[in-house]
Design a protein around this ligand. Structure first.
Ligand SMILES: [Zn+2]
Length: 89
């Protein structure tokens, strides 16, 4: 059935988006060795515990979670656009 086909496509898009943002997240977390003492986004001091816990950390907790939220939002928008497109066909 055509409906079944387009649902499979949506699921695959969601998986791709999830994997992609996961990789980006991992990259931003593992960015080259040294941790920043201050957040690159807002300039707040990053607690030493956080720097030890996440080698190469560049963002404070607030900015990191904002970044993660933004990535999730972008994935959701992408999937919505994909679903809408499928419904038109
Ligand atoms: Zn920050």
């Amino acid at each position: 059935m055509a409906v079944g086909w387009s649902r499979d496509g949506d699921v695959q898009e969601q998986i791709d988006a999830t994997v992609e943002s996961g990789v980006q997240l991992a990259r931003s977390r593992l960015s080259k060795g040294e941790s920043s003492t201050h957040c690159e986004e807002c300039g707040d001091a990053i607690p030493e515990d956080r720097r030890k816990a996440i080698p190469g950390v560049r963002l404070c907790v607030d900015c990191q979670s904002e970044l993660e939220k933004g990535q999730k939002k972008a994935s959701t928008l992408f999937n919505r656009a994909g679903s809408k497109d499928s419904q038109l066909k």
